[in-house]
Design a protein around this ligand. Structure first.
Ligand SMILES: C[S@@+](CC[C@H](N)C(=O)[O-])C[C@H]1O[C@@H](n2cnc3c(N)ncnc32)[C@H](O)[C@@H]1O
Length: 229
């Protein structure tokens, strides 16, 4: 059984009463941003390892990720782990059009929340471990950039390898994979960088975020003589 169906079974009706920020006050009387924070915190309490943070990504870091993705040329963009949508909002605010963006979210409550917030966006209820299948099923072709906020740190290596190798299969030789960290080291472990032939770059330090964060970019290492595939 996939984790997605396990989440489905444990989703509580309280989650579903919380409306998106666009809809103003939520069913529990909280204004939008507080409702979003409450929804996120509730999900973290139930599935701490799957959610990986106690609150949504803050605006300065979300903006930095959006700007990096927008500066990476044209083409499809896939966001892994949409949550309550701070990065999705930032990607759209940075000028990326709706038709270029696909969001993948495994948690059914977050997925429903995102669909209500962004009715014109392709938001897939899917597991990043089944990325190839999800992108094929929804006819998303070659991807230019993947923006990930999956809480991979601490996940078994095999699971990380599966997600990263499917991501780079979708990206081809030229695409880039963006991720952020709050610590000084690359969130993609060195062993996987070597195995998958990737180079890591610190793209931006976001001092204005709390806590300060680093935006990382990963690409396939180009081997002399091998042009883009
Ligand atoms: C740290 S939260 C980030 C959420 C949001 N993007 C943000 O920046 O606030 C990680 C998100 O990844 C989702 N997630 C975790 N594992 C996943 C998987 N295997 N496939 C798809 N989404 C996953 C979680 O449900 C959660 O929404």
């Amino acid at each position: 059984m996939s984790d997605a169906s396990a989440c489905e079974r444990t989703a509580s009706p309280i989650d579903l009463s919380i409306r998106s920020p666009r809809e103003g006050r939520s069913g529990n009387g909280l204004p939008g941003p507080l409702a979003e924070a409450a929804l996120f915190f509730g999900a973290w309490l139930r599935h701490p390892a799957n959610i990986g943070a106690i609150m949504p990504t803050r605006a300065p870091l979300a903006r930095a990720m959006g700007d990096e993705a927008a500066s990476d040329g044209t083409g499809s963009i896939v966001e892994l782990g949409g949550g309550t949508g701070p990065l999705t909002r930032a990607l759209l605010a940075s000028g990326i059009s709706h038709d270029r963006l696909t969001v993948i979210e495994r948690n059914p409550v977050f997925h429903r929340f995102l669909v209500r917030q962004f009715p014109n966006l392709r938001i897939l209820h899917a597991d990043a471990e089944e990325l190839t299948e999800a992108l094929t099923r929804h006819q998303v072709g070659r991807v230019r950039t993947i923006v990930s906020s999956l809480p991979r740190v601490g996940w078994p290596l095999a699971r990380q390898r599966s997600i990263l190798s499917q991501s780079f299969a979708a990206l081809g030789s030229e695409g880039g994979f963006l991720e952020f960290s709050y610590g000084p080291v690359s969130p993609v472990p060195c062993i996987l960088l070597r195995e998958l032939g990737l180079v890591a770059r610190r793209l931006k330090r976001v001092w204005g975020n709390f806590p300060p964060a680093t935006v990382w970019g990963y690409r396939r290492q180009l081997i002399a003589g091998n042009g883009p595939s």
